[in-house]
Write a protein that binds this ligand. Structure first.
Ligand SMILES: C[S@@+](CC[C@H](N)C(=O)[O-])C[C@H]1O[C@@H](n2cnc3c(N)ncnc32)[C@H](O)[C@@H]1O
Length: 262
C-alpha cells in the first residue's frame, strides 16, 4: 500500500502505538497527530493491538520526551535532531518560539511527512540517509555561528543497520558533534538480531533487526568523546532476579541509552 521499503514501513508500528495510546487515553501526554496521520495514510488500526510492542513504544516515547526536556532545560537555545524520524512529531511537545528542530529520514518518508504532518514554525524536514558520511555536513549546511550543543535522537532506528553502519555513525558523532551534546537511542540484545518485523497492513518483505548488543560495555569504547551516561530498561517481571547484572538485564528485550559528547 505505501511505496516504502520494508525498513521504511516500520514507521507504522510506533505511529499505531501512539495513535492507540491517544485513543485509549493510556498516556499522560497523548499524541493527537498520530491518529490524523494514520487517517491521511488510509491505514486502519488492527483489530487486535500488539499490546507488548505498543506498550514498550509508549514507554520509550515518554523517556525520549523527558530526556529531551531535561536537555533543553540546560541548553534552551540548542537545536534538536530527530534522525530516522518516520512520521513521529516530537516538536508538538517540545516547540518554543525560539527552538530549532530537524526531522530527518529517507526521501520517500520525508515526502510522506510533507503530505501528512503540519508545518511547524522552527522545524524543518531533511531528506537524508544517515548512514552516509555526509550526514553531519548535510545538517550543518547553511548554518553559521558558534557550535552549540545539540540534542540528537534515533528512536527505533539503529537496530535496522549493520554493526558496521552503527559503528561508523557513532564514530562520526564523536568526530563532529559539538561538546555537551546528547545522543539518545534504543538498543536490543544481540539474540534478537535476525528477528523479522512484519508490519500490519503492509505487504512484501519483513525488515530484520541487524544490530544488537551483548552488554552495555559494547558502547563504552565507540569513541573517546562519547560517554554513556544513562541506560533505562522497561519494567519486566524478572527485573529483580539475580540474572540482572551491571546495568544490563540479559533477559530484557530492550533498553534506552543516552550518551554525552565530551
Ligand atoms: C521503526 S521506524 C521509527 C520511526 C520514528 N523514529 C518513530 O519512532 O516513530 C524506523 C525509521 O528509520 C528510518 N531509517 C532507517 N534507516 C535510515 C537511514 N539510513 N537514514 C535515515 N532514516 C533511516 C526509516 O525510514 C524509518 O522511518
Amino acid at each position: 500500500m505505501l511505496p516504502l521499503s520494508a525498513v521504511e514501513r516500520t514507521l507504522l508500528v510506533p505511529l499505531m502505538a501512539r495513535a492507540w495510546g491517544a485513543r485509549w487515553q493510556l498516556v499522560d501526554e497523548p499524541d493527537p497527530c498520530a491518529d490524523r496521520v494514520l487517517q491521511r495514510l488510509g491505514c486502519r488500526m488492527p483489530d487486535w493491538p500488539d499490546l507488548v510492542t505498543w506498550s514498550l513504544i509508549l514507554w520509550r516515547t515518554a523517556w525520549f520526551r523527558r530526556w529531551a526536556r531535561e536537555f533543553f532545560a540546560r541548553h534552551p537555545g540548542a537545536q534538536g535532531l530527530n534522525l530516522g524520524a518516520g512520521l513521529s512529531d516530537y516538536f508538538q511537545w517540545l516547540q518554543t518560539s525560539t527552538r530549532h528542530w530537524v526531522d530527518a529520514d529517507l526521501q520517500r518518508v520525508m515526502q510522506l511527512r510533507e503530505h501528512c504532518l503540519p508545518a511547524r514554525r522552527g522545524a524543518r524536514g531533511l531528506s537524508m540517509d544517515v548512514c552516509t558520511d555526509e550526514w553531519w555536513g548535510c545538517l550543518r549546511r547553511g548554518r553559521t555561528g558558534a557550535e552549540q550543543p545539540c540534542w540528537i535522537m534515533l528512536e527505533g532506528v539503529l537496530m535496522y543497520w549493520t554493526p558496521g553502519q552503527v559503528a561508523d555513525f557513532l564514530h562520526s558523532v564523536g568526530e563532529h558533534v559539538p561538546h555537551g551534546s546528547s545522543v539518545a537511542f534504543d538498543v536490543i540484545p544481540h539474540w534478537m538480531v535476525g528477528h523479522p518485523i512484519r508490519v500490519t497492513h503492509a505487504q512484501g518483505d519483513a525488515a530484520r533487526f541487524q544490530w544488537g548488543i551483548r552488554s552495555l560495555d559494547d558502547l563504552a569504547h565507540v569513541h573517546p568523546r562519547l560517554h554513556l551516561d544513562t541506560a533505562v530498561h522497561p519494567p519486566t517481571p524478572w527485573s529483580l532476579t539475580p540474572w540482572r547484572t551491571a546495568g544490563w538485564d540479559p533477559l530484557s528485550p530492550y533498553a534506552l541509552v543516552r550518551m554525552t559528547v565530551l
